[in-house]
Design a binder for this molecule. Structure first.
Ligand code: FAD
Ligand code: UDP
Length: 367
C-alpha cells in the first residue's frame, strides 16, 4: 500500500513527490508521457542541441524560498531573457520601452517624456476588465494594434476583448530603456537542463516512478491511501459539465547549419505569420555548437492541453469542477491543469509546496 499516488510528473507532481518522500511517505509517481518534467522537459536533439520539447521555458521568480528549494537539485546559469517583436519591418525591443517607441515612430523621447506620450495615447478605460482594456488603457490603440491584437488572436483564437485583463497584463509597458523580458530577482536556467533537475529531485528510494502509463490505470491497480492529481481537472471528472477549453500548440523545430540564426533568443511575429514566435535555444542554454536549433510555435485549438484560457465563462465552468474536487475525499488537485490557472513554473512550485504543508498539517492533527 502506497501512501500517495501522484498523477503527472511535471513541476506540480514532482515537487509533491520529493517533499512527501523526504518526509518518509511512500509515493508512486506516474506520467502518461515517457519522460519526467512535464512541459518543462528538455533533451538533446539529433544535432546534439539541448531543446525544450514543449516550447521555451525560462525560469524567473521573486520567491527566494522557491529559488532556494530548487537549488537543492540543480546548479544554475544566470540568464536574462530578451525578446524582439517584428513590427512594421523592424525588430523592436519587447516589452515596449522608450527605444521601441522611438524606433517605431522616429521620436527621441526620454525617461521624462515617455510617460506623457503614453498618457496622451491611452484611452480612458477605468478599471480594465479585458486584455484589450489592459493595453489600450495603458499605451493606446496604435501600439495595441501593432503589438498585441493579432498576436493575441493567434495565440488564443480569441480577440483580446474576450480575454481577462490578466493575460495581456503579464507584459508591462516600460518607462525606461530596460529591455529584459522579466524583472524578477532570480533569473536563471538549470545549468544542465530541466530534465536533469527533475531526475535529481526524484532520485529517492521512497519514490517509485512509472512512465508511459495513465494515472487511471494505476488508480485501479495500485493500492494507495491518498492521490494527488495534476492533469486536467475536467478529464478527472470525465467532462461531466462539458470540456474546459485549453489552448494547444504545434512546435516545428528546425536545425540550421550555422552557429547563430537570429539576433536574439526570441523573435515575436504579432502580425505576418501563422506562428507567434521563433526561439533559438542556444541563447537560453548557453550551449556552444557549430549548428543551431530553433522552434516555431503554431497555436492550435486541438491537441495537448497547454494553456487554460482565462475568461469569465471558463472561470464559471471551472468553479463547478472545483466544487466537485473539494467534495472528493483523499484526492488533491494541484498544478496548471488541475487548478485551471495560467501559472508560471515558480507559481506551480509554490502551490505544490503549499499543498504538502497543508497535508502535513492534516497528518499532524490526525496523530
Ligand atoms: P505540466 O507540466 O503540464 O505537467 C502535468 C503532467 O501530467 C504532464 O506531463 C502530463 O503528461 C501528465 N498527465 C496529465 N494527465 C495525466 C494522466 N491522466 N495520467 C498520467 N499523466 C498525466 N513557465 C515559466 O515559468 N516560464 C516560461 O518561460 C514558461 N514557458 C512556457 C511555454 C509554453 C509553450 C508552455 C505551454 C508553458 C510555459 N510555462 C512557462 C508554464 C509551465 O510549463 C507550467 O507552469 C508548468 O509546466 C506547470 O507544471 P504542472 O506540473 O502543473 O503541469
Ligand atoms: N502578447 C502579445 N504580443 C506579444 C507577446 C505577448 O499580444 O508579442 C500577449 C498575448 O496575449 C500573450 C500574453 O501577452 O498570451 C502574455 O504573454 P507572455 O509572453 O507572458 O506569454 P507566455 O508565452 O509566457 O504564455
Amino acid at each position: 500500500m502506497f501512501d500517495y499516488l501522484i498523477v503527472g510528473a511535471g513541476f506540480a507532481g514532482a515537487v509533491c513527490a520529493e517533499r512527501l518522500a523526504a518526509r518518509g511517505k511512500s509515493v508512486v509517481l506516474c506520467d502518461r508521457r515517457p519522460h519526467v518534467a512535464g512541459n518543462a522537459y528538455d533533451h538533446y536533439d539529433d544535432a546534439g542541441i539541448l531543446v525544450h520539447q514543449y516550447g521555451p521555458h525560462i525560469f524567473h521568480t521573486d520567491g527566494r524560498r522557491i529559488f532556494d528549494y530548487l537549488s537543492r537539485f540543480t546548479a544554475w546559469r544566470p540568464y536574462e531573457h530578451h525578446v524582439l517583436a517584428h513590427v512594421d519591418g523592424q525588430r523592436l525591443p519587447f516589452p515596449i520601452n522608450i527605444d521601441t517607441v522611438n524606433r517605431l515612430y522616429g521620436l527621441s523621447l526620454d525617461e521624462n517624456s515617455i510617460g506623457q506620450f503614453f498618457a496622451e495615447h491611452a484611452e480612458n478605460i477605468g478599471h480594465p476588465k479585458t486584455s484589450e482594456d489592459a493595453v489600450v488603457g495603458k499605451i493606446g490603440r496604435d501600439l495595441y494594434e501593432k503589438f498585441f491584437r493579432n498576436y493575441t488572436k493567434k495565440q488564443w483564437g480569441l480577440d483580446p476583448s474576450e480575454l481577462d485583463a490578466s493575460v495581456a497584463a503579464r507584459v508591462p509597458a516600460r518607462m525606461n530603456h530596460d529591455d529584459r523580458y522579466f524583472t524578477d530577482q532570480f533569473q536563471v536556467m538549470p545549468a544542465r537542463g530541466y530534465t536533469r533537475m527533475f531526475e535529481n529531485m526524484l532520485d529517492h528510494p521512497n519514490i517509485w516512478l512509472v512512465l508511459g502509463v495513465d494515472g487511471e490505470t494505476l488508480r485501479r491497480d495500485v493500492r494507495h491511501r491518498q492521490m494527488i492529481y495534476t492533469g486536467p481537472i475536467d478529464d478527472f471528472f470525465e467532462h461531466r459539465f462539458g470540456p474546459l477549453p485549453y489552448r494547444s500548440l504545434e512546435f516545428r523545430f528546425e536545425t540550421h547549419d550555422m552557429s547563430k540564426f537570429q539576433p536574439g533568443a526570441v523573435v515575436n511575429y504579432p502580425n505576418e505569420q501563422a506562428y507567434t514566435r521563433c526561439t533559438e535555444f542556444k541563447y537560453l542554454t548557453g550551449q556552444r555548437h557549430p549548428k543551431t536549433t530553433v522552434v516555431y510555435e503554431y497555436p492550435q485549438a486541438e491537441g495537448d492541453p497547454y494553456y487554460p484560457v482565462p475568461r469569465p465563462r471558463n472561470a464559471e465552468l471551472y468553479r463547478k469542477y472545483k466544487a466537485l474536487a473539494d467534495a472528493t475525499p483523499n484526492v488533491h488537485f494541484v498544478g496548471r491543469l488541475a487548478t485551471y490557472r495560467y501559472y508560471n513554473m515558480d507559481q506551480v512550485v509554490a502551490q505544490a509546496l503549499g499543498l504538502v504543508a497543508q497535508l502535513e498539517g492534516i497528518d499532524a492533527q490526525a496523530a
